[in-house]
Ligand binder design. Structure first.
Ligand SMILES: [Mg+2]
Length: 408
């Protein structure tokens, strides 16, 4: 029970309490042994925290003071028990429970590859300078990146994010800042871009290579990037270059597509956690439908290459999926999934994804260009898609435990 809540469980601020800290080599029976020792003095437990790092344990117990006159005996009994276990003990007298956590709670996830002491110091200093207090630190993963989560209070999420995101880019770490609370556990729909996000390729380039027009397609892409063409114009211009290509190329392209490392782990884990997962692409349904079937996705939408008499016509049919279209589809998928937009997560790398990233509850720029990175809520700049799980608070241990469970 947190101390700022007023309830009959609250420990009065002036109630004498003892903080008992045990430190030493971790082995079975330490926790049972300590509380067994304390039980002889009929104290109540106010709080317990235990951390084990590389085989060394820190166990902290906050307990009520024993009846008058027994504190000295409790101290000597705990110390001799600790000595018999080759542990160090420290007992500090004080009043009440832990200091209540400040208002404004956020979770700051830091991903490093590696995570340097310098980056950790800078992130922690920035949190302090922004007025935040680090209440807890917890390792989420050591593979494929080192990921740690800081629980911070005392500062609103938005200014904390602004303060940290600028710092992160300079330090070569990825930092995600989300508001703490139950809604984080309620995120239930993840929508991903495909080209250079779910897969390592740009599908139009794979088709262009078969059509022998890779250079021309690259020219149009460059022109679109310079802002001379909008997405829809560049889509039509590039697809037109594929006119006459045999439809059998579709199968070849499907086989050439390379999933981003961690993509399968991400999707498998999200599905196990009960998430719905979808993709939206400015590429083509001929590829995204296949990915949907192979990966067990709930939603997939893209542009469709028109095929007549076994040949690509150089046109697309149906609804155009562009920048606005991707955001529209995120909303549609959310409505179909019955998930409020605030509880959605969108992942993408391109300018095309920005509306979708901003519309989602959490927008993740994945190895994105600077313009996208700066505009998104958070950025991941390591080439492993499963690191997104850590931003959602899922630990590597949970991912692996679920995998083992499935194999059994
Ligand atoms: Mg992309």
């Amino acid at each position: 029970m947190s101390a700022e809540q007023t309830s009959s469980f609250d420990v009065p601020a002036d109630l004498p309490t003892l903080l008992v800290k045990i430190f030493g080599k971790d082995r079975p029976g330490i926790t049972a042994g300590l509380f067994d020792t304390l039980a002889a003095f009929s104290v109540d437990v106010v709080d317990i925290e235990q951390v084990v790092t590389r085989g060394r344990m820190v166990l902290c117990a906050l307990v009520t003071e024993p009846d008058r006159g027994l504190e000295g005996e409790l101290r000597s009994t705990v110390h001799s028990w600790a000595e018999s276990m080759k542990m160090q003990a420290e007992i500090i007298s004080g009043l009440g429970d832990n200091r209540p956590r400040g208002l404004g709670r956020s979770l700051v996830t830091v991903l490093g590859h590696p995570l340097t002491a310098e980056a950790t110091a800078a992130v922690a200093a920035r949190i302090t300078r922004a007025g935040g207090n680090i209440d807890r630190i917890f390792r989420l993963a050591k593979y494929p990146v080192t990921a740690v989560e800081f629980a911070v209070s005392g500062v609103e999420t938005e200014p904390l994010r602004t303060a940290l995101v600028t710092e992160a880019a300079a330090l070569g770490v990825d930092v995600a800042v989300v508001a703490a609370g139950l809604h984080r556990r309620a995120q239930r729909l993840v929508v991903m871009d495909v080209d250079s996000t779910l897969i390592q390729d740009e599908v139009i380039e794979l088709f262009a290579a078969h059509a022998g027009c890779a250079d021309k397609v690259a020219e149009v892409t460059a022109s679109a990037m310079r802002g001379e063409l909008d997405f829809e114009q560049s889509l039509h211009a590039r697809v037109a270059l594929l006119a006459g290509l045999d439809a059998s190329v579709v199968d070849k392209v499907r086989n050439e597509v390379r999933l981003t490392p961690g993509a399968r782990t991400l999707i498998r884990t999200l599905k196990r956690l009960g998430y719905q997962v979808g993709v939206v692409s400015g590429g083509f349904t001929q590829v995204t439908d296949d990915l949907r079937d192979r990966l067990g996705l709930d939603f997939a939408q893209a542009n469709t290459l028109e095929i007549v008499d076994g040949k690509l016509t150089g046109k697309v049919t149906g609804e155009i999926v562009d920048r606005a279209g991707k955001a529209r589809l995120l909303r549609r998928f959310a409505a179909e999934a019955g998930v409020p937009l605030a509880q959605t997560v969108a992942i993408g790398d391109g300018a095309n994804d920005l509306d979708m990233l901003n519309a989602a509850g959490l927008g993740v720029a994945f190895n994105a260009k600077p313009v996208v990175r700066e505009a998104a809520h958070t950025a991941v700049n390591v080439p492993f898609l499963d690191t997104v799980l850590y931003l959602l608070g899922v630990t590597r241990e949970e991912v692996e435990a679920a995998d083992t469970h499935d194999e059994e």
